[in-house]
Write a protein that binds this ligand. Structure first.
Ligand SMILES: C[S@@+](CC[C@H](N)C(=O)[O-])C[C@H]1O[C@@H](n2cnc3c(N)ncnc32)[C@H](O)[C@@H]1O
Length: 149
């Protein structure tokens, strides 16, 4: 989890209960095990990472190979969730959580558009991610809808 507060950062009390639940559909394997090494934003020139889909969802991958780019949604499981004002190192000022793409947010959902390299046996190889190894995967969508011509 994130540690101490930086100067100017403000927390709020989290609600006493959750309003909804999510199902993790799998896990992301990346080369990064510490946030220090992890890129702030993924790049199509970055390393190949794997989306490992749980077997129960394998049928949901039908047709995915027709899409070169995917939007991947993942759960930043090591981020705190109670900050409303943040002091990002790069910004030099205090910024509200909803004006940032920081993993620190009430629902730590991250998204990236990735380039698909291959799909096989419930694993999708992609480039363009920026998360720690083992980050839970919550959804995959085509970047664009393919319309029949
Ligand atoms: C700035 S976020 C951007 C995420 C996504 N591309 C987005 O825009 O929603 C990426 C950073 O989140 C942090 N991070 C990566 N994986 C994480 C995890 N599992 N839990 C908490 N923080 C994580 C790393 O510091 C990484 O550099």
């Amino acid at each position: 989890m994130d540690g101490d507060l930086r100067e100017g950062e403000v927390v709020t009390a989290l609600p006493s209960r959750h309003d909804a639940g999510v199902y993790f559909i799998g896990m992301i394997r990346t080369p990064w095990t510490s946030r220090r090494d992890c890129p702030k934003r993924g790049s199509f020139d970055g390393p190949v990472c794997s989306l490992i889909i749980d077997e129960r969802w394998h049928a949901a991958l039908e047709g995915i190979k027709d899409h070169k780019r995917l939007q991947v949604l993942y759960w930043m499981d090591q981020a705190r969730r109670d900050l409303v004002l943040q002091a990002p190192a790069h910004a030099g000022k205090i910024v509200g959580t909803f004006a940032l793409r920081s993993p620190v947010r009430p629902n730590p959902i991250a998204s990236s558009v990735v380039e698909m390299m291959a799909v096989k046996d419930g694993t999708i190889l992609v480039r363009g991610l920026d998360c720690l190894d083992g980050t839970p995967l919550i959804d995959i969508k085509p970047e664009r809808i393919v319309t029949e011509s």
